[in-house]
Design a protein around this ligand. Structure first.
Ligand code: GLU
Length: 290
């Protein structure tokens, strides 16, 4: 199997040094073995994504010396594909409508406390004690109440039986570059959101769908997404998609010891470029070979 990886930013802000590390690592890993590096725009959240950030990220990545095949896949243009994947999961009976608000979940004893590194969902919801009756569900829908489609760990477990405990993936260690097999524990993330009343997808669903569609064999991304991988492996199993090898790289920290974040204006690639920093300087600054 040939090596194929990607960088999949969300255009919700300007790229910073942390993004540069992730993108260059993926790009160089592919180049080292004659593999493929793709760029994908994860712009399903229409309220947070902006065209100017998308335009800026193409510019930043090209300035870093990265090249990628065109056309670039933009998730917002493929919502019907994610809707079809969600429908497949509905047919399997592993998703349900959840009408609880974030506040209600946070207040409920059914939620587990959020720990760092648990992925983009924040709060963990361990699922309802009893399924909602069809009558109540219909009544709430008729009242136009909002809901989220959640992946049920319990129903997935019921469907997969013993195989649920045998969901495995290969992780390439960031430091030693060796591979080891990990047993996925999707229950650690609880019943994650896969879609909403008016949005047929979420980060988890679209990323799994697209990695398979784009033939990604190696996912290289920050260790903040390590916990999400456990859900992704379950989704791959349910949707009968291949599981790539995962490498979760360390997260860069700034002089204050904190992770780079979109709020650090002065450390955006655009600001550094304007200040006269070169692409080679960026590589050496983040500890990657020039
Ligand atoms: N779009 C995600 C982000 O910007 C990354 C997704 C991934 O690499 O799996 O955090």
């Amino acid at each position: 199997m040939s090596f194929s990886t990607r960088f999949a930013p969300s255009p919700t802000g300007l790229l910073h040094l942390g993004h540069a590390y992730s993108a260059i690592l993926a790009h160089d890993s592919a180049r080292a073995v004659g593999g493929r590096f793709q760029l994908r725009i994860e712009d399903i959240d229409a309220t947070r994504c902006r065209p100017e950030f998308e335009a800026a990220l193409y510019e930043d990545l090209a300035w870093l010396g990265l090249r990628w095949p065109e056309p670039v896949r933009r998730q917002s243009q493929h919502l019907e594909e994610y809707a079809a994947a969600l429908e497949t999961l509905r047919q399997l009976g592993v998703v349900y409508r959840c009408f609880l608000t974030r506040r209600e979940i946070a207040a409920s004893s059914l939620s587990a406390p959020h720990e760092p590194g648990e992925g983009p969902d924040g709060i963990i919801y361990t699922g309802p004690q009893h399924p909602m009756s069809a009558d109540e569900e219909e009544a709430r829908m008729a009242r136009g109440e909002s809901f989220a489609w959640r992946l049920s760990i319990k129903y997935s477990q019921d469907l997969l039986g013993e195989d649920f405990a045998r969901l495995v993936f290969v992780e390439r260690d960031d430091g030693s570059n060796t591979e080891r097999e990990i047993t996925a524990r999707p229950e650690l993330l609880g019943d994650v959101i896969l879609g909403r009343k008016d949005t047929p997808t979420s980060y988890h669903l679209s990323v799994v769908h697209d990695d398979a569609l784009q033939g990604i064999t190696q996912v290289i991304r920050g260790e903040d997404l390590r916990a999400s991988t456990h859900i992704h492996v379950l989704l791959q199993r349910l949707l009968r998609l291949p599981t790539p090898v995962y490498r979760h790289h360390r997260l860069l920290t700034g002089p204050d010891g904190k992770r780079y974040a979109k709020r650090d204006r002065s450390l955006t690639l655009a600001a550094l470029r304007e200040a006269g920093v070169s692409a080679a300087d960026i590589r050496s600054r983040i500890g990657l070979p020039v």
